[in-house]
Design a protein around this ligand. Structure first.
Ligand SMILES: NC(=O)c1ccc[n+]([C@@H]2O[C@H](COP(=O)([O-])OP(=O)(O)OC[C@H]3O[C@@H](n4cnc5c(N)ncnc54)[C@H](O)[C@@H]3O)[C@@H](O)[C@H]2O)c1
Length: 257
């Protein structure tokens, strides 16, 4: 019987694949039969993966990318097609936090950095991949890692919150625009996940203190990255064939209150 959650024969790019949700997703996508371009700002983190997972070495290609750099992002899409002959799934997962800085204290460079990485990086990759999908004429899937901070305030600082709202906006816009061509665009909205992201080096602890009552609502505690990988793999698979423009919260119930 055909299992629709299988990713057998699919080619996927995963950004931020060197750590956390992206790394767990790379492993799960590979174990479901996908070929994966594992892209990250830290090349050593993705170059290590084929040694770590020798059973998948043939199906994984590391790629060094700063998603804030348009040329590098476009080269990443070309690389997947050159290496594996096609691209089926783009998982824009790389992202950075903003130190929990409230709007009145945000500085211009921190604002720009959050948007360069979390928003522009996603747009550059979506634009190039969507044009490739259109040219190929066989559809395609974009999964974007947003956040519960893309749906609600009080989960991060203003820059991160605004950037993840933009990710959801881009996802919905493109989902509607390209549904007729069989291109699905969906977002994943994690709550707290145990990864290396942290709250940022110079986190604004005043803001963090203000958030604490909200954090207490995270009654399910923080997730493991593997739990988010399961949600991402579902969204990327044919099992989600009619899921388009949706935001899947995977937050243990945090935003249900
Ligand atoms: N951890 C959480 O609690 C949480 C909650 C909601 C959303 N998210 C989102 O999940 C995604 C993955 O984060 P994570 O928690 O796994 O964090 P992580 O820090 O463990 O992993 C993120 C990876 O992205 C890479 N990266 C950072 N900037 C990059 C850039 N400019 N170009 C390419 N790669 C870059 C990092 O090197 C790292 O390997 C992010 O988009 C984050 O905003 C995380």
């Amino acid at each position: 019987m055909h299992n629709n959650t299988s990713l057998d024969g699919k080619v996927a790019i995963i950004t931020g694949a060197g750590s956390g949700i992206g790394k767990a997703s790379a492993h799960l996508f590979l174990s479901r039969g996908a070929k994966v371009v594992a892209a990250d700002l830290k090349p050593e983190s993705v170059e290590a993966l084929s040694n770590e997972w020798p059973e998948f070495a043939e199906n994984i290609r590391p790629f060094s990318v700063n998603v804030a750099n348009k040329e590098q992002v476009e080269a990443m899409i070309d690389f997947a097609v050159e290496e594996f002959g096609k691209l089926d799934i783009l998982f824009n997962n790389a992202g950075i936090m903003d130190g929990m800085v409230p709007l009145g204290k945000v500085d211009d460079s921190a604002w720009s950095l959050a948007f360069d990485v979390n928003v522009n990086g996603v747009m550059y990759a979506m634009r190039k991949a969507i044009n490739y999908f259109l040219e190929r004429g066989e559809g395609g899937v974009v999964v974007n890692t947003a956040s519960v901070g893309g749906l609600n305030g009080g989960r991060a600082g203003a820059a991160y919150t605004a950037s993840k709202h933009a990710v959801i906006g881009m996802t919905k816009a493109a989902a509607f625009e390209y549904a007729p061509q069989g291109i699905r665009c969906v977002a994943l909205a994690p709550g707290g996940v145990v990864t290396n992201i942290g709250i940022g080096a110079n986190a604004d602890m005043d803001m963090y203190e203000q958030m604490k009552p909200g954090l207490a609502l995270m009654r399910g505690g923080a997730a493991q990255p593997e739990q988010l990988a399961e949600a991402a793999a579902f969204l990327a698979s044919d099992a989600a064939s009619f899921v388009n423009g949706s935001v899947l919260t995977a937050d243990g119930g945090w935003t249900s209150y």
